[in-house]
Design a protein around this ligand. Structure first.
Ligand code: SF4
Length: 84
């Protein structure tokens, strides 16, 4: 299994659980979780809600389990992703 794209919908309560579960992908600011620039094809660091920038191709398989675990652990279910 691989994940092509991950983003954060509105409503993050800044609990830091995703950052703890999968720090390679998620970075939590004062207002929302974000998808790190280092894993995105567009190199931006924000919620990736509008851009829906894909993950770097070489990371789409290796990051999938961590992203799924983080999404399952998010108390408000705002971590969304699209599988390949
Ligand atoms: S687990 Fe969910 S609510 Fe918590 S910081 Fe991450 S995206 Fe926000």
């Amino acid at each position: 299994m691989a994940i092509k794209t991950v983003w954060i919908e509105e409503g993050c309560i800044v609990c830091n659980a995703c950052d703890a579960e999968c720090p390679d992908v998620f970075a939590v600011t004062d207002t929302s979780s974000t998808i790190k620039a280092s894993v995105r094809q567009d190199g931006k660091e924000n919620e990736n809600r509008d851009e829906k920038s894909p993950l770097k191709v070489e990371l789409q398989a290796s990051l999938a389990a961590g992203i799924e675990a983080a999404a399952a652990g998010c108390p408000v279910e705002v971590i969304q992703f699209e599988k390949l």
